[in-house]
Ligand binder design. Structure first.
Ligand code: SF4
Ligand code: SF4
Length: 337
């Protein structure tokens, strides 16, 4: 019997208590406003989710489906089949704490508020950086001023996210899946493999797209313009570009787009519509028609990675590496004169 045949899912009965997410040993479950999703490839039909679902939204289709591993992991005796038994507090507590972020569900309103603040702050930051007053500053003053502007820009977004999480009593790190670093080695290797595949895939697509548009005369500006316009070509400015574009920027953008926005949309619309919408918004955030396609592709890759790994770390690393290659190309061009 396949794992799929063992569970009966009734989303309308689900009160989204999160207990099934806490006990699933294989990370095979997703619960949203109107859906319960089981990754049937991962699920081994252990029935631990059935055992804790008091609302009856997940039921077992047969006592025979319980695996020996499930019986021992859920603390069920050999004679308690069918899904009536309740897992012991001892067996569920540590796992529940580890997966706290699974139960913090972002609302669409919170996601929209976060996005509005990010877009507004971005426009204000761009206007300041492009202002005549800043352009006229000598380099030794300009770099610290840029650092101050960017620090305020990122701090504002983190402060909002922090406030949104804390007002509902959540933990910031765990609400974004940032606390999950002690995963098994096989899971870490899978994340690393997906990050490398994602980096290669998105970079190949961006490179081919760049070559084709250049061939067609559609490239709007030289490759170095965006970075050097904001950070300049002095060594201090380029160092600032590395810090901001490779480390801080990807971290904050992942919190906003793959953290709050993706999760808020996903709870309402399901996985793929949410991934595509946040990717298009992410691309629009870069304010370039020419970049719309490669940034949407990157946004989809990052969204899928965050969804698949249930942690933001792989997406943050992929985003940082993607930007690192862009910054490295700019530094190379500047140094080559
Ligand atoms: S345990 Fe049942 S009610 Fe609670 S989130 Fe899971 S499916 Fe929904
Ligand atoms: S049956 Fe077991 S592995 Fe499958 S979703 Fe439920 S808890 Fe997870």
């Amino acid at each position: 019997m396949s794992a799929q045949a063992r569970l009966l899912l009734t989303p309308r009965l689900c009160d989204r208590c999160g207990k099934c997410l806490s006990v699933c040993p294989l990370n095979a479950l997703r619960v949203g406003r109107a859906y319960i999703m089981v990754d049937w490839v991962r699920c081994d039909g252990c029935n631990q989710c059935v055992a804790v679902c008091e609302a009856g939204a997940i039921k077992s289709l047969g006592a025979a489906s319980q695996t020996p591993r499930a019986r021992s992991a859920a603390g069920l005796s050999a004679g308690t089949g069918g899904g009536k038994a309740v897992a012991s507090a001892k067996s569920t507590k540590p796992v529940k704490r580890k997966r706290e972020h699974e139960r913090f569900e972002w609302s669409l309103l919170e996601a929209a508020a976060t996005l509005s603040v990010t877009f507004s702050a971005f426009m204000a930051k761009e206007a300041l950086i492009a202002s005549a007053a800043m352009q006229a500053m000598p380099t030794e003053v300009l770099v610290p001023v840029r650092i101050a502007v960017l620090t305020v820009y990122y701090a504002l977004q983190i402060a909002l996210l922090w406030w949104l999480v804390r007002r509902r009593g959540g933990s910031f790190a765990e609400s974004f899946g940032l606390g999950r670093l002690n995963t098994p080695l096989a899971e870490k290797l899978r994340s690393i493999g997906l990050v490398i595949a994602g980096l290669l895939g998105t970079r190949v697509i961006a490179t081919v797209y760049g070559l084709v548009t250049r061939e067609l005369g559609l490239t709007p500006q030289a490759g170095t313009d965006t970075v050097t316009r904001v950070f300049g070509t002095a060594p201090g400015g380029l160092l600032l570009a590395v810090v901001m574009l490779v480390f801080i920027g990807p971290f904050v953008e992942e919190l906003v787009f793959r953290g709050a926005l993706l999760r808020g949309l996903e709870a309402r619309l399901g996985m793929w519509p949410a991934i595509v919408i946040q990717a298009v918004l992410f691309a629009a955030f870069h304010r370039s028609w020419w970049l719309l396609l490669p940034m949407t592709v990157l946004g989809i890759a990052l969204g899928w990675l965050a969804h698949e790994r249930r942690s933001l770390w792989p997406a943050i690393v992929l985003h940082g590496l993607y930007n690192a290659l862009s910054v490295a190309a700019v530094v190379w061009v500047v140094m080559a004169g």
